[in-house]
Design a protein around this ligand. Structure first.
Ligand SMILES: [Zn+2]
Length: 80
């Protein structure tokens, strides 16, 4: 069983952090919480790309809905 190198508290095999003091367990490199950020463009560049992708996805979802609503409303209007 690994032990916390900060406080000596006994940790579980898969513990990423000490449950007592919160010290990260660095003795287990196999436990990688998140895959490393893509390349070195982390920061505003990555956020901008993520934002753009979000907008595209949002637009792709919302555009047909808007179009459908306008189209159906127009048809209803013409029908009456
Ligand atoms: Zn600890």
């Amino acid at each position: 069983m690994p032990y916390c190198r900060q406080c000596g508290f006994e940790l579980s095999e898969r513990a990423a952090y000490c449950t007592k003091c919160g010290m990260p367990v660095e003795s287990q490199p196999s436990v990688t919480p998140i895959s490393k950020p893509r390349l070195e463009l982390a920061g505003w560049g990555e956020r901008l790309i993520a934002w753009v992708i979000d907008m595209i996805i949002l637009g792709a979802i919302l555009a047909p809905i808007k179009f459908f609503r306008i189209d159906s409303m127009a048809k209803l209007h013409l029908g009456t």
